[in-house]
Design a protein around this ligand. Structure first.
Ligand code: NAD
Length: 491
């Protein structure tokens, strides 16, 4: 295991407390929970566990900052400048925050340092630019009146986020919410709270007023549930699994709280015989093995046209066998540790189910370790998968690819859409008309053509069907953090 920089021990202690009203502090009940580094199993930090009373304090701070603080009322461009300053400070501390992310989650430092943290900054810069461009309309309706609309912030946003891109997915919510003048209480996933706490420190350092962002790690069943039930929270922005998403939606019904849900996926990656097969094979591997497959939009179902099926399977199986899991702190590592032993056990159960159902294992299939430890798992590929099999229907959230063959375009669309999910999809072909027909036919919030796993702060991201509703990123996300007021003035 590569040596973590000296500063790490200090960092662990500094950012393991609750962040409420601009200051770090312990849980009111004095409770903590451990977070470990999954690549070694070593304890990383004892993190303050927010009690319901702590969540209440955080919501009160956010409410006060919204009603009486400077944030929603300050000149919009000034708000934007502050978001840009946060982005700059985050990049200045990128090594430190990326290291925490990798230690806590097990993802390669290459991903944390080169992708996650710079993308967080990019999203913050994007919404910094929006702050003074969120506007209403004037409507020329009648001569005796002046009609216009105001686009106003919602108030206090409760953000609940998962462990796979711990800081990035939080920033996808925080940046548009703050840009529009809301305040936020964030409950990060218990497996990976550290980067979000470090980010709170970055915000404090950049001059974000107290109470505008609060971070309260703790169990979903208590801290998360209290945030959802709190009468002073105006909206819940949730990213996580479909099962928890359904529970969150039911809990929001009590107070008719506004809600956005970014949920799971079983995304189809469709390769036609006329594609650039080398690029498509690379896209298939990147689609499933980037982020250890713990990616909501992972291309976990590879649909391949019959005539090139064997060729594609042979290519990707050979390459997957060479993707050996490695020390996440080594900059050359591309396949890190799964987030926990528990998650690895889930992946192993799915591998067993695939074999039992008659799919054929062509790469990987086994747990792995690095230096004798860690929750690693081999890059795994099954062929001869039928759409009805468990591994083709359920989200595995690990490095396991199911290859399914198809006859023609209609067959491909039917299999691709034969799922409860609709988060993302991809098509590989040189035939432009076919590519656009497929883009229309696929029921998914994002369709890549001759690419996979590309994101931009300006492009909306979200689900069709049970992959959720509401959109992250782009101007579409701002709609989810604002409401429209009509004003009618009789002249
Ligand atoms: P999860 O649903 O178990 O947990 C997500 C968050 O909800 C965590 O913070 C958790 O503590 C909290 N939570 C759990 N129970 C709760 C409750 N009863 N009330 C309130 N909060 C509760 O998901 P996970 O295992 O952390 O993440 C993996 C899942 O997230 C996968 O299904 C993945 O597809 C999905 N995901 C979706 C997207 C997207 O953008 N669509 C992105 C990343 C992950």
């Amino acid at each position: 295991m590569a040596e973590a920089p000296e500063a790490t021990a200090e960092l662990r202690v500094s950012f393991s407390q609750l962040f409420i009203d601009g200051a770090f502090g312990p849980s009111s009940a004095g409770k903590t929970f451990p977070t470990t580094t999954p690549a070694t199993g070593a304890p990383l930090a004892d993190v303050a566990e927010a009690s319901e009373a702590d969540v209440d304090r955080a919501v009160a701070a956010a409410r006060k900052a919204f009603e009486a603080g400077p944030w929603p009322k300050m000149p919009a461009r000034e708000r934007g400048r502050l978001l840009a300053r946060i982005a700059e400070r985050l990049m200045a501390r990128a090594d430190e925050v990326a290291l925490l992310e990798t230690l806590d989650n097990g993802k390669p430092i290459f991903e944390s340092r080169q992708v996650d943290i710079p993308t967080c900054a990019d999203v913050l810069f994007y919404y910094a630019g929006w702050a003074d461009k969120i506007s209403g309309e004037t409507l020329p309706l009648t001569a005796d009146a002046f009609h216009y609309t105001l686009r106003e912030p919602l108030g206090v946003i409760g953000a609940i986020t998962p462990w796979n891109f711990p800081l990035l997915l939080a920033v996808w919510k925080i940046a548009p919410a703050l840009s529009a003048g809301n305040t936020v209480v964030l409950k990060p996933a218990s497996q990976t709270p550290l980067s979000c706490l470090a980010f709170a420190d970055v915000c404090r350092e950049a001059g974000l007023p107290p109470g505008v962002l609060n971070v309260v790690p703790g169990p979903g069943a208590t801290a998360g549930a209290r945030l959802i039930a709190h009468p002073d929270v105006d909206k819940i922005a949730f990213t996580g699994s479909v099962d928890v998403g359904k529970r969150v939606m039911a809990a929001c019904a009590g107070s008719l709280k506004k809600i956005s849900l970014e949920l799971g996926g079983k995304s189809p990656n469709v390769i036609f015989a006329d594609a650039d097969l080398e690029a498509a094979a690379r896209g298939a591997l990147n689609g499933i093995f980037y982020g250890k497959g713990e990616v909501c939009a992972a291309g976990s179902r590879l649909l391949v046209e019959e005539s090139v099926h064997d060729q594609i399977v042979e290519t990707i199986a050979a390459k997957a066998k060479k993707m050996v899991p490695g020390d996440p702190l080594d900059p050359k590592t591309r396949l890190g540790s799964l987030v926990s032993e528990e998650q690895r056990a889930t992946v192993m159960r799915y591998v067993q189910a695939g074999m039992k159902d008659g799919a054929r294992l062509v790469a990987g299939g086994k747990p792995a370790s690095v230096n004798g430890a860690g929750a690693f798992h081999e890059a795994t590929i099954f062929e001869m998968v039928q759409p009805s099999m468990t591994i083709a229907r359920e989200e595995i959230f690990g490095p396991v690819l199911s290859v399914i063959s198809f006859r023609d375009e209609g067959d491909a669309a039917r299999i691709a859409n034969g799922t409860i999910y609709g988060l993302a999809a991809a098509v590989w072909t040189k035939d432009l008309s076919k590519a656009h027909r497929m883009a229309r036919a696929l029921k998914a919030g994002t369709v890549w053509i001759n690419a996979y796993n590309l994101y931009d702060a300006a492009l909306p991201f979200g689900g069709y069907k049970q992959s959720g509703f509401g959109r992250e990123l782009g101007s579409a996300a701002l709609e989810g953090y604002t409401q429209v007021k009509s004003v009618w003035l009789r002249l």
